[in-house]
Ligand binder design. Structure first.
Ligand code: TYD
Length: 216
């Protein structure tokens, strides 16, 4: 991809245009590493990058992370906390960064709520509707896809305990919900088998294609 094909943060009208990329997938697909590497690549292209994740380190996100260790919240409370966390994230981090023309890369967003709280019994379409009332659509959603057994082994190798969030059966359902988004115009499925370099290469290629098409 040539450098000139990357959108600049200033359009011809002088309006700042950020780039909003979301990385999703079940636990063990390598989201965090790929988000970081993609961020580094955008920086090397001269862009300002905001790398963030959900649940956040804010008050709601902290409660959610704690609940993974101390006992999972009731389904309704859990959903509400994720929505509260996201509202704050959008207001305080995502929207201001996009308005300032930055590249925002998220490790998880509301597609995770569709998948994980969907797997817990809520209707994914209804979760989507609730989120899209306040959460901006990404320009690009990268769905890192890996079969549950391989993802599970990777988590094991990483030394994480299989906590309440990471039960295999519900991960199958999560994967299914993520893949149900594959035909959305902004979504791309990334085969996450192989080395980190291979997966990073696939992501880079997609980013190139998407923005070349947009600029054409
Ligand atoms: P994760 O990104 O795996 O964080 P860490 O690597 O620190 O464990 O996120 C923690 C869990 O939160 C993960 O299992 C998925 C879950 N989750 C939801 O259930 N709903 C959501 O909306 C989000 C953003 C995450």
């Amino acid at each position: 991809m040539s450098e000139s094909s990357l959108p600049t943060s200033e359009s011809s009208t002088g309006k700042k245009s950020g780039i909003f990329i979301v990385i999703e997938g079940i636990d063990g697909t390598g989201k965090s590493t790929q988000a970081r590497r993609l961020g580094e690549w955008f920086v090397s292209q001269g862009r300002e990058v905001v790398l963030s994740r959900e649940p956040t380190d804010g008050p709601w996100g902290t409660k959610l992370r704690e609940s993974a260790a101390t006992g999972r919240l009731a389904p309704e409370d859990e959903l509400e906390y994720f929505l509260n966390d996201r509202r704050q994230h959008v207001d305080e981090t995502i929207s201001p960064a996009l308005a300032a023309g930055k590249v925002v890369i998220l490790d998880r967003y509301y597609f995770s709520t569709m998948a994980y709280q969907g797997a817990r019994g809520f209707d994914p379409a209804e979760i989507r509707r609730l989120n899209e009332e306040f959460a901006p659509l990404p320009d690009l959603l990268l769905i890192l896809d890996l079969d549950v057994d391989t993802a599970h082994q990777r988590i094991g190798h990483r030394g994480d305990s299989a906590n309440e969030f990471e039960k295999k059966e519900s991960l199958e359902r999560c994967r299914e919900i993520f893949l149900s988004l594959k035909d959305e115009p902004f979504a791309r499925v990334v085969d996450s088998n192989g080395s980190l370099d291979e997966v990073a290469g696939r992501i880079r290629q997609i980013v190139g294609q998407v923005w070349q098409v947009q600029l054409a």
